[in-house]
Design a protein around this ligand. Structure first.
Ligand SMILES: Cc1cc2nc3c(=O)[nH]c(=O)nc-3n(C[C@H](O)[C@H](O)[C@H](O)COP(=O)(O)OP(=O)(O)OC[C@H]3O[C@@H](n4cnc5c(N)ncnc54)[C@H](O)[C@@H]3O)c2cc1C
Length: 550
């Protein structure tokens, strides 16, 4: 299989030669380095590569070129290779223009010339970008294949699980793919028992539970130790931050998470307001990077769900879905929130069969050239609409409020306005969903009255609620299930009855000493990735103080 390509573009042949040499020296073993002396020549090369189904990982273009500037080239190149990382090389004087171009041409990075020494000024940036690109790159290979029906909830869950854990797979629609039918016959598998996962060694798993699949694809499902200093439940931004700080500060740390690390942020197509990422970062990339960082410091990750919790003296035990337990002195609950379900006739039966909650990334490619409906008017709905607009021919946002202004960040509203295939319909509600085995239409009520519109995909982003019912009553929560901590805990009516310590609870400590909470699941938290990260890291400081009292 041929190596993915890095393409350098510059009209100044000596500069082009220098870039190519630097790229070859560092990346030559893994990538092929190609060159072009103009934007037009580079576009021609890209079209030929596309026709040969070659993978292009990076475009590194000079800005000042006759005929076509670097920004113009990168904008045009985005249409041919939308996933390739786009980097602009600029002179210092062009920095302003480069920053503006980050928005218009969606450039991932700009570098100022000269880039010497490349070890400091070029490679670290490109390493990061290539890592991101690699995370979404699925080379042609004969690996895991998933056979199922597009409109099946189980099939959707299984594919989400693999995608979010960055396990490469190829999906075949059992209803329409001749290859799928052949494979089922060859392996004597019942076409009624789907989805099925086929492995390269000839083995298969029929409709596996996540833990079984996790173990089979090499994810860890059993803790290496019985006891940890710190156990973190939930690997969203809050839990991941706690894992990074906890492990880096010497605490033996275990993170329990049934999905891929990243949490809700992982389903967000692009977080644009997270500090330090001027051109935005996908939630999945943020999760993957944090996971790597925490692992590097020695944190251990388990692909498991926490289903119970018990306290025995100074030990806190988390009960896992497979019945095993892990013990710790300090426990951090960072389980976030889950999408609120649409409460309309038809929604339950059609979930996963055309109605999806926060499933933007996995389903987007399946909606190619189709019309997509998005319900909701907050940032998450806006991000999803922008993401779908790259694949679908038209995206309609159904928004209950009279405009997006009150619920969505201005930068997203501006971008939606700039995107021609997104239509916003304010004052519009979904009344019911229709379809036998998958969604075919929705009934809506808007300013022009009720109407039935054909629909194959409806993506719902109407808020979220915590899932904390697995916790014992001793962990006090509010009426919606958000966990109380610190000052909110002290103000609760039951506080005096449950808190028996001579000290006050620490800022993020729950009603059970040594059990902390961070992120969206905490009552009163700000529902933002950066806030969750802040709380996760602060919780570790209180964990140290708590442990110091032993
Ligand atoms: C589509 C979308 C777009 C968003 N865009 C932005 C944005 O642009 N900027 C921004 O700042 N914020 C954004 N947010 C909000 C941001 O993602 C959240 O505030 C943040 O993810 C909260 O982090 P958390 O760690 O508290 O919880 P979560 O991210 O919800 O993570 C919780 C984790 O806990 C796991 N879990 C739950 N129950 C259990 C259990 N019983 N056992 C083990 N693990 C469990 C879940 O699987 C999950 O991975 C967006 C949210 C969504 C949904």
């Amino acid at each position: 299989m041929s190596r993915p390509i890095l393409l350098a573009i510059d009209d100044d042949i000596s500069v082009l030669e220098a870039v190519v040499q630097d790229l070859r020296r560092q990346y030559g073993a893994t990538y092929r380095v190609l060159r072009a002396a103009s934007g037009q020549a580079a576009l021609d090369t890209l079209r030929q590569l596309k026709a040969r189904e070659e993978a292009v990982a990076l475009l590194l273009s000079d800005q000042r070129m006759p005929g076509m500037t670097g920004v113009e080239f990168l904008e045009a190149a985005k249409l041919i290779y939308p996933d390739a990382r786009r980097v602009l090389l600029t002179a210092y004087a062009d920095t302003e223009a480069a920053i503006r171009a980050i928005n218009t041409a969606r450039i991932h990075y700009y570098l100022t010339k000269p880039w010497d020494p490349p070890e400091e000024k070029l490679y670290p940036v490109l390493d990061d970008l290539l890592q991101d690109w690699n995370a979404g790159y699925q080379p042609k290979f004969e690996g895991i294949r998933v056979l199922g029906h597009r409109w099946s909830l189980r099939d959707h869950e299984l594919r989400s699980f693999l995608s979010r854990n960055h396990v490469p797979y190829r999906w075949l629609d059992a209803a329409s793919s001749e290859d799928a039918r052949k494979l089922l016959m060859e392996r004597s598998l019942d076409p009624e028992m789907l989805p099925v996962v086929l492995f390269a060694d000839g083995s298969s798993l029929v409709d596996p539970e996540p833990e079984v699949l996790a173990a089979r694809v090499g994810l860890r499902t059993q803790a290496a130790e019985d006891f940890y200093d710190l156990v973190v439940v939930g690997a969203g931004p809050a839990g991941l931050a706690a894992a990074v700080y906890g492990a880096s500060e010497g605490l033996k740390t275990l993170v329990i998470e049934p999905e891929a690390p990243g949490g809700q942020a992982g389903s967000s197509s692009r977080i644009e307001n997270y500090l330090g990422f001027p051109s935005g970062i996908t939630g999945a990339d943020l999760g993957r990077r944090a996971h790597m960082q925490a692992s590097r410091f020695g944190a251990e990750f388990l692909t498991q769900r926490a289903v119970g919790l018990r306290v025995d003296g100074q030990y806190r035990f988390v009960v896992l879905a497979d019945g095993r337990e892990v013990a710790s002195h300090v426990l951090l609950l960072s389980t976030g929130v889950q999408y609120r379900r649409l409460d309309i006739p038809g929604a339950d039966t059609l979930t996963g069969r055309g109605i999806y909650y926060g499933a933007a990334l996995v389903e987007a490619a399946a909606c190619k050239d189709e019309e997509v409906l998005v319900v909701g008017g907050a940032n998450s709905a806006g991000q999803a609409a922008l993401h779908f607009a790259k694949f679908a021919c038209k995206v309609t946002m159904l928004v209950r409020a009279s405009s997006l202004e009150s619920s969505m960040s201005k930068y997203l509203i501006d971008e939606i306005e700039r995107t021609p295939n997104i239509v916003v319909e304010p004052k519009t509600q979904v009344l019911s969903a229709e379809g036998e085995d998958h969604l075919t239409a929705v009934r809506t009520k808007g300013p022009n009255g009720e109407e039935v519109r054909p629909a194959a995909s409806l993506f719902v982003f109407i808020g979220a609620a915590p899932r904390t019912e697995w916790l014992p009553d001793a962990v006090l929560r509010d009426e919606k299930g958000f966990i109380l901590a610190g000052p909110e805990l002290k103000a609760a009516a039951k506080f005096g009855a449950v808190w028996k310590q001579s000290r006050d609870p620490y800022l993020l400590e729950t009603s059970v000493p040594g059990i902390f909470v961070a992120g969206d699941v905490r009552q009163g938290s700000v529902k933002r990735a950066a806030s969750a990260v802040g709380e996760g890291s602060i919780a570790v400081q209180f964990a140290h103080q708590y442990l110091a009292g032993f």
